[in-house]
Design a protein around this ligand. Structure first.
Ligand code: ATP
Ligand code: MG
Length: 347
């Protein structure tokens, strides 16, 4: 797959420059129209919002639209991935620390609860917090007050929190991995984004959206899909959801040599061994696991996202931590669509 020229504009970059609005989300399917209607109502209130959906269903994108559609637009939208930080760093990332609070704390640092003051805090992958971390954020979530690590002064923050998870938190509560008090606190306004296979009415619109995006970034001039190609897209089950669809279209654009995308340009094969995993997942023991969580590529993508969040987007630093070549990292970032779209950690 050919990567876009570094720095070339893309539709998603344009979102970032002017801010994602609800109108930027493809929502042709009635199920997605309902999601958008709910999200608009949530945006108009100041309630905490919980976005629930499989990986790649658009939780990051929706969080941005909610912020921009709220009275808090123009104020910061700060995102933190709860799974991105080691337990010891998490507290300081969330609440900040005072100078000298611990070894290496050579200056005062503000955490995301403080940075988001006046605006929106997007707490992603909330289901991955350890129980002790859950205890630590409960008060901040409930009363919007906290102390910096090593600090004595109680700070107050005026924020709306948008949580996101792809985990069934009720199940996690039953299994003892998620605190019930926090569970109730974050369920003020739950919005479930159905997987793409359950809102097939969005497939064509998304495919055309991504085709236009590819034409802009790859310099291609494709004007659509052959009937067979469109049918193949509509029939596919879309593990990985919109993110996978985007990758399939980008690849197709890179290899298509006519004026439209043919079915032979679409890689809907099973490079990740999904079918093998599907067979395993249908066994009783595995029935509770989401298929995506089995895939090595999912684990790799999440790990890279975490490291990129940790290095605040510094690729050289991330490559060093991952112990891979910078060019390898660039390839993987492009392949997973990290950093060049709104799928990254930072809005
Ligand atoms: N309704 C939509 N319209 C347009 N683009 C979408 C839509 N839903 C998702 N996308 C695109 O799909 C990709 C994945 O979306 P996003 O990163 O928001 O998913 P996510 O649910 O946060 O995934 P994860 O759980 O892995 O973090 C992005 O490129 C996003 O722009
Ligand atoms: Mg996300």
């Amino acid at each position: 797959m050919t990567d876009p020229e570094p720095g070339s504009p893309s539709i998603t970059q344009a979102y970032r420059d002017r801010g994602v609005t609800f109108d930027d989300l493809v929502a042709d399917d009635p199920a997605m129209k309902k999601v958008i209607a709910d999200a608009r109502r949530a945006a108009g209130s100041d309630a905490s919002v919980l976005l629930f959906g499989e990986s790649g269903t658009g939780k990051n994108l929706l969080a941005q639209a909610i912020h921009n559609g709220s009275r808090r637009n123009g104020k910061p939208l700060i995102a933190a991935n709860c799974a991105a930080f080691a337990e010891t760093l998490l507290e300081s990332e969330l609440f900040g620390h005072e100078k000298g609070a611990f070894t290496g704390a050579d200056r005062q640092k503000r955490g995301v609860f403080e940075l988001a003051d006046g605006g929106t805090l997007f707490l992603d992958e909330i289901g991955e917090l350890s129980r002790s971390a859950q205890a630590k954020i409960l008060r901040a979530v409930e009363y919007k007050e906290f102390e910096r690590v090593g600090g004595e002064k109680t700070l107050r923050t005026d924020i709306r929190i948008v949580f996101a998870t792809n985990r069934d938190l009720a199940e996690a509560v039953r299994g003892g991995e998620f605190r019930e008090d926090l569970f109730h606190r974050i369920h003020e306004f739950k919005i479930e984004i159905p997987p793409l296979r359950r809102r097939r009415g969005d497939v064509e619109g998304l495919a055309r959206r991504y085709l236009r995006e590819c034409n802009a970034t790859l310099g291609t001039r494709l004007d659509g899909f052959s009937d067979d190609a469109l049918r193949a897209l509509l029939d596919f089950d879309w593990p990985g959801n919109a993110r996978r669809l985007r990758a399939v279209i980008r690849r197709a654009c890179a290899i298509a040599d006519g004026t439209r995308v043919e079915v032979s340009d679409l890689d809907l094969s099973d490079p990740l061994g999904i079918k093998v995993v599907e067979a395993a997942a249908s066994s009783a023991a595995a029935a509770d696991l989401a298929l995506e969580d089995w895939q090595l590529a999912t684990v790799e993508r999440r790990h890279i996202e975490r490291v990129m969040a940790y290095t605040k987007g510094n690729k050289s630093e991330a490559a060093r931590i991952l112990d891979i070549a910078r060019t390898t990292l660039d390839r993987k970032l492009a392949g997973y669509g990290i950093g060049d779209d709104s799928g990254g950690d930072r809005p």
